[in-house]
Design a protein around this ligand. Structure first.
Ligand code: NAG
Ligand code: NAG
Ligand code: NAG
Length: 275
């Protein structure tokens, strides 16, 4: 695929995705991100928080498995739009400029939206740890630049979870209606999470080095009859993870104990090298 074709392909992907953006999915990754100070969840809390029902173990990957899963909403009222490079270049993207930005977008500085913008900007300005890379992507061009920087000349593939239902129920029981299929086993991977912001902003991050991730495609049937073609990722080596990571609260265990798998919310993207 030439770069120009790739750009138009990516444009389509982002257009489809922005129609399924929601506020809740953004929070899941705020909670699971190792960078986020909010990832310290008290033991009792997760039992009451359905958004954490995304983690599972490798031995759960079988036909007929039933589990409650939370999939990010596709609430149309929460849509964020992708801006052109020209527009993005004309608007500062910095926590220092937050007062100006709030005025610019007519957002009250005591509102939850203002708080969310601050959180997103801080996350984007936080330096990555030595063993990881991160980018905040605010336009199609910066998304292309990011994939080029990570994958070089190898053209990457984008993976997403697809929900086939316009009246999606956020949290319900699902059954694995087909045998899960392993589609990739690789180390180089970039996950991009849509963040709360007045326009479309992706927080993209990945691990340096050679930690193995197994990527599965899982066909799910919901209690309400909906079908989901889910992407799930199993992180085979968690030894460098924070012991406070919510995954350990949900599944038990500790860093390096066993592989941790999780479903990809519908408003997230994962880039892998296609081969
Ligand atoms: C993308 O990369 C090109 C070439 O390195 C650079 O000129 C341009 O400013 C970058 N754009 C963004 C949005 O990062
Ligand atoms: C959407 O789903 C909810 C809960 O499953 C149900 O109560 C409601 O009637 C559905 N609405 C439509 C328009 O199908
Ligand atoms: C995945 O790939 C790694 C490294 O190439 C290999 O060591 C491992 O056995 C593979 N795992 C599976 C389940 O195929």
């Amino acid at each position: 695929m030439e770069m120009k074709n790739f750009a138009s392909f990516l444009w389509c992907v982002l257009l489809i995705l922005q129609s399924s953006l929601g506020s809740h999915g953004q929070e899941i990754y705020a909670k699971t991100s190792r960078n986020d100070p909010n990832n310290v969840v008290k033991p009792k809390q997760h039992r009451d928080d359905p958004t954490l029902s995304v983690f599972f173990k490798v031995n759960d990957l079988y036909l007929g498995k039933k589990m409650p899963i939370y999939f990010a909403t596709n609430d149309k009222s929460n849509r964020a739009y992708l801006l052109s490079q020209q527009e993005v270049d004309s608007i500062p993207f910095s926590s220092k400029k937050l007062p100006y930005l709030l005025k610019f977008f007519s957002i009250s500085n005591t509102s939850p939206q203002a708080e969310a913008m601050k959180t997103t900007l801080n996350l984007c300005e936080h330096k990555p740890k030595e063993d990881e890379f991160k980018f905040c992507v605010t336009s199609l061009e910066s998304m292309l630049n990011m994939t080029r920087e990570i994958f070089g000349l190898v053209k990457p593939k984008v993976l997403t979870t697809k929900i086939f239902n316009s009246n999606h129920t956020l949290f319900q029981w699902y059954t694995f209606v087909e045998k899960p299929v392993e589609i990739y086993n690789l180390s180089k991977m970039v996950a991009c999470h849509a963040k709360a912001y007045p326009y479309l902003v992706y927080y993209c991050h990945g691990q340096k080095g050679h930690l193995t991730n197994r990527v599965f495609k899982i066909a799910l049937g919901g209690e309400n009859g909906e079908r989901v073609e889910a992407v799930a990722i199993c992180h085979m080596d968690t030894s460098t993870w924070d012991p406070e990571h919510v995954a350990f609260r949900v599944l038990g265990g500790r860093p390096g104990g066993f592989p941790v798998c999780h479903f990809l919310p519908a408003d997230n993207l994962v880039w892998v090298a296609s081969s």
